[in-house]
Design a protein around this ligand. Structure first.
Ligand SMILES: [Zn+2]
Length: 372
């Protein structure tokens, strides 16, 4: 039977399990950590089965690979308050609870550590998921109590696309609602591939909550794409872009969802590129790192040049196919788009579909999302 691309490491990890052990200690965890636990539990981070220990963290930070040799770009860590961490001994089970006291997971602690190295600049300096290396961290495997991502898990998305007869998928992690640069890219790949998976990640996107961005995407998809070819994973999700390592992590996650073609735009490494270029320094760095990942991941990345609207061409394009000069390019970047939305001004249709613009403006004006 035909299959989609296999998960990283060959098997889709599932950490859903009941436990009998009485936790020796209990630690409350915040929403960000719960999202990462959801990702680990559902296999989105296969082959990881829990939070990284010191050696794994060192290997990933310094060598971009797991101790077993598989390339891996980003440390997945569980910070713990120092006074709590110091009481723990390896081998002890720790119960992780949400802030209301409901059990979320059981961590079999096998390491308690502070990382004595440094985060490199590729990780970025303002990453809420990555406290300072001097922090205390708990490493160990997880058992997870309940399905945190029901319906949006890699297994269910794979099943959905397989039922539709899809065999080769493209995927893209993105933070913004579906603007036309991304739409252009989706159209290009849908000419060839069976489907596209969009993975919404949680990042500052014009102050729009995840559910609003996900709904904005669906409105564009409903009006401008054939049904059942593009799906959105809209669960709250941690940053999968903005920096080179996070952009690489998105390739790991998308592979676990079955995507073979991994789509990038310069914005994925925080570069709102200049029309006419491919992207800047970080984008070139991503391009130079990707070959280390493509063979083990069996993926085929597509780094698009900056997409812009050209009056001369009469359409969205890139300087790969457009011969015109700067006067014919309709300039737009994220910052300007953000200012327009905040000021209640409809962005140009060359960049934002009217359905999406109405929805977003309605939301920013009234907070209701009913359009205005
Ligand atoms: Zn042109």
């Amino acid at each position: 039977m035909a299959e989609l691309l296999p998960p990283y490491g060959g098997t889709l990890v599932s950490l859903y399990d009941d436990w009998e052990e009485e936790p020796a200690h209990v630690m409350p965890v915040g929403e960000n950590t719960i999202q990462i636990i959801g990702a680990l539990a559902s296999g989105a981070l296969s082959p990881l089965k829990g939070f990284m220990d010191r050696e794994t963290c060192r290997s990933v930070v310094e060598e971009m690979r797991l101790p077993g040799g598989l390339p891996f770009p980003y440390p997945i860590l569980l910070p713990a308050p120092p006074f709590f961490a110091r009481r723990l001994r390896p081998g002890e089970p720790v119960g992780l609870q949400d802030t209301q006291g409901n059990p979320v997971a059981l961590l079999q602690v096998d390491d308690v550590f502070a990382f004595d190295g440094r985060w490199d600049p590729l990780l970025g300096s303002e990453d809420i998921f990555l406290p300072a290396p001097s922090h205390m961290f708990l490493g160990g495997t997880l058992k997870v109590a309940r399905r945190l991502w029901a319906g949006d898990e890699p297994a269910s998305m794979r099943e959905l696309f397989l039922r539709r007869g899809a065999r080769k998928l493209a995927g893209k992690a993105l933070r913004d609602p579906l603007f036309r640069d991304t739409e252009y890219l989706l159209r290009l790949v849908l000419e060839e591939e069976d489907g596209v998976l969009l993975l919404l990640y949680d990042d500052d996107s014009f102050g729009l909550p995840n559910r609003v961005r996900a709904e904005g995407m669906r409105r564009v998809l409903q009006s401008y794409f054939p049904p059942r070819r593009v799906e959105v994973v809209g669960k709250p999700w941690w940053p999968l872009g903005g920096h080179v390592r996070k952009a690489l992590l998105s390739a790991v996650v998308l592979k676990n969802y079955g995507c073979q073609r991994i789509l990038y735009l310069p914005d994925d490494v925080g570069e709102d590129g200049v029309p006419g270029g491919k992207g800047g320094k970080a984008y070139r760095l991503l391009e130079s790192w990707l070959p280390h990942f493509t063979r083990p991941l069996e993926v085929d990345p597509f780094l698009s040049w900056q997409v812009y609207f050209c009056d001369g061409c009469g359409q969205l394009t890139t300087s790969r196919t457009c011969p015109h000069g700067p006067l014919e390019k309709v300039m737009m970047n994220r910052e300007r788009l953000g200012r327009l939305l905040q000021a209640g001004v409809t962005p140009p249709p060359q960049y934002v579909r009217p359905e999406l613009a109405r929805y977003l403006l309605g939301w920013t004006r009234g907070g209701t999302g009913k359009g205005g």
